[in-house]
Write a protein that binds this ligand. Sequence first.
Ligand code: FPP
Length: 251
Amino acid sequence: MKEDLSELKTIPAHVGIIMDGNGRWAKKRGQMRSSGHLEGLKAAKRIAAFASDIGVKYLSYYVFSTENWRRAQNEVDFIMGLVMKYLREEFEFYKKNNIRVRHAGDTSGLKPDIAQEIRDISKETKDFNGMQIILALNYGGRDEIVRAVRRFLVSESHASPEKKALTEDILRRYLDNPDIPDPDLIIRTAGEQRTSNFLLWESAYSELYFSRTLWPDFSEADFRSALEAYANRERRFGAIAPAHIEQSEAS
Ligand code: FPP
């Protein structure tokens, strides 16, 4: 059943989610952290289906950061195992919903089987033209910028004299997914109010929304609340708000 979203003025084209609170969700129940991640995966599937249904075009999930390697080895292994399973077993879901799966981050730091799985699923879903899910895995915003600069330095743009002066527009082309528009809205769950190196370049003008809900409990209604908050934000991208132009010209 399609959701009634008639009272929402705008649906963000690109939503990024920092899925925080899996560990706390498990701790509250006296369970292992891994069961929090398992429930977190279920929430990710739920929200992906909902987002696709209501017309979000891009959904970026912060699955594993370049800093998350500092966690205990068994937790790292568990999360990587979940990702493998998710990529392998959800093909029918992507197909049914016409979802294209993509990756952001450094594949060279991942185990070869996971890196291969990411390449495979990206290839198998590349012609699906519905929502795109971007899995940020071994991703760090600063790391992405450094890798972009490295790619630029060995590129023809760098070698050709007329392009020697590096601009924002040129460097943007060397980011992980230059064709994807910047996120309009970034949601972080579980009460923390920071962006933790997620889409550092791309989030320059993103609206931020912080929810106290722990990620495994994050529901369609919570997502909808985030969209409602977004619809009431006034995005100015550094310009003057239309309502204030007259006033500022008069003064
Ligand atoms: C943050 O909670 C969550 C993670 C670092 C892992 C996120 C992974 C998943 C939700 C599963 C995989 C999802 C997909 C889409 C493949 P935390 O462990 O930092 O929680 P805490 O702050 O309460 O300890």
